[in-house]
Design a protein around this ligand. Structure first.
Ligand SMILES: *Cc1c(COP(=O)(O)O)cnc(C)c1O
Length: 399
């Protein structure tokens, strides 16, 4: 599934240091670079503008995504922010309705006041995208799979629509990672990552990446990276390079573990609905199969008893799945989007996007899947016991 060729290429796109032969990319922990004469330097003058460790990361990622230019930022949101800066006051964005909460907050609480407005649509429906386009639309913003309901949008088809109207397409590729999906090869103009997730992979760094297909757009992104200054530091750049070395292996195992757990959840009597693109019950399973190499490590599911209380009982009774925001690390995490990541989205918008009160999101880690299933089994049994106790209490109350 993950052909040797791509993995070998990735590993060997990480260079051996020409000066010393160091097999790991050196960390150039320096703010400035001594110049031979004013304006005459060895390619670097100040680490906000460019740093050798960050530059290596940017090259590796650009190659991995099949783009021309990479830019590394201090967080995923800083990467998204740099892309929105390509726009001007009065421009419109069409964005996937099931959007990452932080991107929604950035659009609504920051960019709206500068005159950039966002129209949220169900991007799985190409007709809905077509209907939302106006003469002011300059950017289409996709996540695929989305967070947290794992909706899949047809990147190739959306790119065709966008380009018919001279609109840019940007894909937040955080959930799939470049191992499962390369949006630029499907026609997207820009890819962003919260590298905090799968690319870092060890829950020890906050970072973001932008990769562009065209050099001209890349040059603009690099301009904003330097002009606004939310750059990734040398040590964090090193951590991402190290993460990239095992990314194909980790993604393969995350996907295998998640597939096993999704099937287990789908057959559990307390579980209402399982959202995982690898399940044949997923509405865009066929598209996911075409567009992605595998289905990744994130699963969401809702409970038959659709209450926040039931969900909170579950997420506080797992022991291997730690309760935390974020995803993509080696250790499994569980979260309750309605009260955590999606808290800043109002209830009506949240529910319209399919984020029910009982929705639970799993980031399936690299533990043995049997242990992870046992952990869920125990927590679900506690939820069931609590519910039947409440049921009995209610019956007594009615007597
Ligand atoms: C986490 C996340 C972000 C934001 O990234 P940070 O590194 O936390 O700033 C953006 N998009 C998606 C899909 C994410 O999961």
């Amino acid at each position: 599934m993950f052909n040797m060729h791509a993995t070998t290429q990735l590993l060997h796109s990480i260079p051996v240091d020409p000066q010393t032969g160091a097999i790991a990319v050196p960390i150039y922990q320096t703010s400035t670079f001594v110049q031979d004469a004013p304006g005459i330097n060895r390619g670097f003058d100040y680490s906000r503008s460019n740093n050798p460790t960050r530059q290596e990361l940017e090259k590796i990622v650009a190659k991995l995504e099949g783009g021309t230019t990479g830019a590394a930022f201090a967080s995923g949101l800083a990467a998204i922010d740099a892309v929105i800066k390509l726009l001007e006051s009065g421009d419109e964005i069409i964005a996937v309705d099931d959007i990452y909460g932080g991107a929604f907050r950035l659009f609504e609480k920051v960019y709206k006041k500068f005159g950039i407005t966002v129209n949220y649509v169900d991007t799985t429906d190409l007709g809905a995208i077509n209907r939302a386009i106006t003469s002011k639309t300059k950017l289409i913003w996709l996540e695929s799979p989305t967070n947290p309901t794992l909706k899949i949008s047809d990147i190739r088809a959306v790119a065709e629509i966008a380009h018919r109207y001279g609109i840019l397409l940007c894909v937040d590729n955080t959930f799939a990672s470049p191992i499962l999906q390369q949006p630029l090869k499907l026609g997207a103009d820009i890819v962003v990552h919260s590298a905090t997730k799968y690319i870092g992979g060890h829950s020890d760094v906050i970072a973001g990446l932008v990769v562009t297909r065209e050099e001209a757009i890349g040059t603009q992104i690099k301009f904003y990276q330097n002009a606004c200054g939310a750059v990734l530091g040398p040590f964090d750049s090193f951590l991402l390079i190290r993460g990239l070395e095992t990314l194909p292996l980790r993604i393969a195992q995350h996907s295998r573990n998640a597939a096993t757990i999704a099937q287990y959840l789908e057959s559990h009597p307390l579980v209402d609905k399982v959202f995982y693109p690898g399940l044949t019950s997923h509405p865009q399973h066929g598209l996911a199969r075409q567009q992605q190499k595998d289905f990744g490590g994130v699963i969401s599911f809702s409970l038959r008893t659709d209450t926040e209380a039931a969900a909170i009982s579950l997420v506080t009774n797992t022991t291997l799945f730690h309760l935390a925001e974020s995803l993509g690390g080696v250790k499994s995490l569980v979260s309750h989007p309605a009260s955590m990541t999606h808290k800043s989205i109002d209830a009506a918008t949240r529910k319209a996007a399919g984020v029910k009160d009982s929705l639970i999101r799993l980031s399936v880690g690299l533990e043995d899947p049997t242990d992870l299933i046992n952990d869920l089994e125990t927590a679900l049994a506690i939820v069931q016991a609590t519910q039947s106790e409440n049921g009995i209490a209610q019956q007594l109350h009615h007597c």
